[in-house]
Design a protein around this ligand. Structure first.
Ligand code: NAD
Length: 290
């Protein structure tokens, strides 16, 4: 298949390389001049999409996605599918899909879970919104770049699933970190805390798979001085998207709101920028109730 890949950053480059390795003809473009193994680099996004059956985007945010969509949609081949894998707001996902469909193209929003490691290993999970016909076109590509693709519903449903998932993740990571800091102050050792909670009703992915306490549980960014991993500012971005969606949909999400406020102060005022999102634990360690 002839594929265009726009946005060859931390996630996009390994995803594009996996498609090329599987035998697809991949042409890429990144505004920063990035490239990826096995991928031919075009001079512009418009040049990259010429003749492509599928155009994949992996971009930082909804505003950039909308700008790229304005450029590429008029240049895409008849009947091609625009497949966006970025994490963006539901509104941008729906607007871009309508624009593509109005131009006679297919469209999918397909954000991912699994991070840079999953992108390199081809083990991402895709949460997909769009028509059955467009999903059928994307499915063989999801199978190369990932291990699971869930068709969640119409356009926007993939982004809705992603931001709900990451709101739970932000909240459970904070809860896990504050519980470790409390356990420290109660004199409970961290290994005992992990052994109990990871097999009791307080367990979660944050505790069991990505433990924020170094030296406890499986290897995670806490064992590497909290280098990301999944950066605190990306979690802040995703919590902003879930609160934006909650406001638009009139949903009451007080824990999501509190998690947003904590990650905002962590990133903006408490030197959390550039740290993994699990570095909330050393943040809590330093604090008392006042
Ligand atoms: P990144 O910043 O490394 O990559 C984004 C790339 O887009 C950059 O290389 C940038 O130069 C390029 N770009 C920006 N504007 C462009 C334009 N107009 N035309 C072409 N290229 C342009 O970010 P990333 O970590 O690869 O993340 C990409 C998306 O995936 C984000 O939406 C992020 O939220 C999501 N995501 C990231 C992770 C992760 O662990 N990094 C996990 C899941 C989802």
């Amino acid at each position: 298949m002839k594929i265009a890949f726009i946005g060859l950053g931390n996630m996009g480059a390994p995803m594009a390389a996996n498609l090329a390795k599987a035998g697809h003809e991949v042409t890429g473009f990144d505004v920063a001049g990035a490239s990826a193994e096995g991928v031919a680099v075009a001079e512009s996004s418009v040049a990259a999409v010429a003749g492509a059956e599928v155009v994949i985007t992996m971009l930082p945010n909804g505003a950039i996605l909308r700008a790229v969509a304005d450029e590429v949609i008029p240049a895409m081949a008849e009947g091609a599918v625009l497949l966006d894998c970025s994490t963006v707001d539901v509104e941008s996902a729906r607007a871009v899909a309508s624009q593509a469909e109005a131009a006679g193209l297919g469209a999918l929003d397909a954000p991912v879970s699994g991070g840079i490691g999953g992108a390199a290993a081809g083990t991402l999970t895709f949460m997909v919104g769009g028509s059955d016909a467009a999903f059928a076109v994307g499915k063989p590509l999801f199978d190369i770049m990932g291990q699971k693709a869930v068709h969640c519903g119409p356009s926007g449903a993939g982004q809705a699933a992603k931001i709900c998932n990451n709101m739970i993740l932000g909240v459970t990571m904070i809860a896990t970190c504050e519980a470790f800091a409390l356990a420290d102050k109660l004199g409970l050792d961290r290994q005992s805390m992990f052994d109990v909670v990871s097999t009791s009703s307080g367990y979660s992915w944050s505790m069991n798979a990505y433990c924020p306490a170094p030296g406890v549980g499986p290897q995670s960014p806490s064992d590497n001085d909290y280098k990301p991993g999944f950066a605190a500012e990306l979690m802040l971005k995703d919590l902003g998207l879930s609160q934006q969606a909650a406001e638009a949909a009139d949903a009451d999400t007080p824990m999501g709101q509190r998690a947003l406020e904590l990650y905002r102060s962590f990133v903006e005022d408490e030197s959390g920028r550039g740290m993994d999102f699990s570095a909330m634990l050393p943040r809590f360690e330093k604090r008392g109730r006042g």
